[in-house]
Design a protein around this ligand. Structure first.
Ligand code: ZN
Length: 479
């Protein structure tokens, strides 16, 4: 029997003003994890959440993470672990969110004070740093608990919560904690839900089942002992930049084809089932052009564009360290240049296989240059891709929840970027992970004028609660 949710939905509507006031109180705490001066506010935000959770009757355990390795004068903010409900007859669901935010200064070009939630009553846009990333969704879970209590509706699951305060600064310490708690605090969890990404557009909700990984390389070419003047040495020295540009030119063409032999053979073939998922997706080429600020796309249609972004690898050349890049016409010959490029990886590319093919290719091309400079290539950082089954019961429940709130089936989407914690949760707990976004693509997370639409927040609170009801009763069919 489908869950009866009207009472809960009505209660959320009744309480919407207090939920917005709560978001305003959270936005007012500038919990910027990157800024040492503001670190005490990150701790203040942890206190804020702890107090709310305790008031709701949840239990809370603060997990200290010690000193920040790169900045030893700073203490890392705690991970807040919390449990609401302990009924062996109910399913247990683990949710994750983060309570720190990106830096924001009014001078960066914000139209309003970034740490004052400014609600535009006409458009329903609520501007403020952290509104959508990720304070809105984190409070969404708490608000869902409160609305159940006020409406006298039994909470459908045992809820485990994991809220961290360093997400916007590398999630320092989190991986180890998740691995440790997988068999402890998280041991009852039957599925995981993360609300920390966005709809593909502005209108239609989505569920996200895949993320690309990234492998980032540095390619160093070195020759002379110091920078030289081309008027004196041009023509008599083997120039590192010439070698580097040649090498970078062998990596990718302007149609997006990666030219490294063997790499495309690592990519999982496109199945008929998967192809179907792309057809109905609410996305227009104009959405891409708006994002680009131009019409310089590689593919002419939506399906190929989305596949290129989500399920195929891409290689981007990001920059050259040591090269002259200022305005003007300096006649320098750089002595050492470092080319930076990365590959966005997808199933079934094993990072170490990718590394090997990259090194093999560059060594082969290097030999062809017959140069007397030296070359070195190395991996900067790597994060693996993640893909889940959109047919898993965790997704089936979320899909029904979307329909109950928005009266439309969600798009099944993947993302081109990475959210490393997703894979960590999956590997550590062995459970299915679902990405269930609250905000929309227009929210400008990480940018100036970040906002969350009132509709996304209030309907999002309904959605998170509805998801818990559906996931409580969804038959447990593993797919
Ligand atoms: Zn976030």
């Amino acid at each position: 029997m489908a869950p009866q949710l009207q009472g809960y939905f009505d209660q959320v509507d009744l309480m919407s003003d207090s939920f917005i006031a709560r978001l305003a109180a959270a936005v007012a705490i500038p919990s910027v994890s990157a800024d040492p001066e503001l670190r005490h506010h990150v701790f203040k935000m942890a206190d804020f959440l702890e107090k709310l959770l305790l008031a709701l009757g949840a239990t809370v355990e603060r997990r200290p993470l010690g000193i920040e390795p790169a900045r030893p004068t700073l203490e890392l903010p705690p991970v807040i672990l919390s449990r609401y409900g302990n009924d062996p007859n109910k399913r247990t669901i683990l949710v994750y969110g983060h309570y720190d935010v990106q830096p924001a200064l009014k001078e960066d070009g914000w139209a309003t004070d970034p740490f004052v939630l400014s609600v535009d009553e006409k458009t329903g846009k609520m501007f403020g740093r952290g509104s959508t990333d990720d304070k809105g969704p984190v409070l969404g879970w708490l608000n869902a608990i409160e609305a159940h209590q006020k409406a006298g509706i039994e909470f459908p699951v045992n809820l485990l919560m994991c809220f961290e305060g360093m997400e916007e600064y590398g999630s320092e310490g989190l991986d180890d904690l998740i691995k440790k708690e997988a068999k402890n605090y998280f041991k009852d969890a039957e599925a995981v839900c993360i609300s920390d990404n966005y709809w593909l557009g502005a209108e239609k909700p989505c569920l996200t089942y895949g993320l690309r990984g990234v492998s980032y390389y540095e390619l160093t070419v070195h020759g002379p002992a110091q920078d030289l003047h081309s008027g004196v040495y041009g023509g008599s020295v083997t120039e590192p930049m010439t070698d580097l540009v040649k090498l970078l030119g062998t990596l990718v063409d302007n149609k997006g084809n990666i030219l490294i032999p063997g790499l495309s053979e690592l990519v999982a073939p496109l199945s008929e089932d998967e192809k179907l998922l792309y057809q109905g997706i609410s996305f227009e080429m104009q959405d891409l052009y708006d994002g680009l600020g131009s019409e310089t796309s590689i593919h002419p249609d939506k399906e190929r564009t989305l596949m290129a972004r989500w399920r195929y690898p891409s290689l981007s050349i990001h920059g050259i360290e040591g090269a002259f890049s200022a305005p003007g016409a300096k006649t320098v010959i750089p002595a050492k240049v470092i080319g930076k490029f990365s590959i966005r990886t997808v199933p079934n590319m094993e990072p170490k296989d990718v590394d090997e093919l990259v090194y093999q290719h560059l060594n082969f091309e290097w030999e062809k240059t017959r140069t007397n400079n030296t070359m070195k290539v190395g991996l900067g950082h790597a994060g693996k891709w993640w893909v889940s089954s959109p047919k898993h019961w965790n997704f089936a429940a979320a899909s029904k929840a979307v329909e109950s709130v928005f009266k439309v089936k969600p798009d099944m989407t993947r993302e081109g970027g990475s959210i490393p914690v997703t894979l960590t949760f999956e590997q550590a707990t062995g459970k299915n992970v679902l990405l269930l976004p609250m905000g929309s693509s227009t929210d400008a997370a990480h940018s100036i004028n970040e906002k969350l639409d009132k509709r996304n927040y209030i309907e999002g609170i309904k959605l998170l609660g509805a998801y818990l009801h559906y996931v409580a009763v969804e038959p447990q069919i593993e797919q």
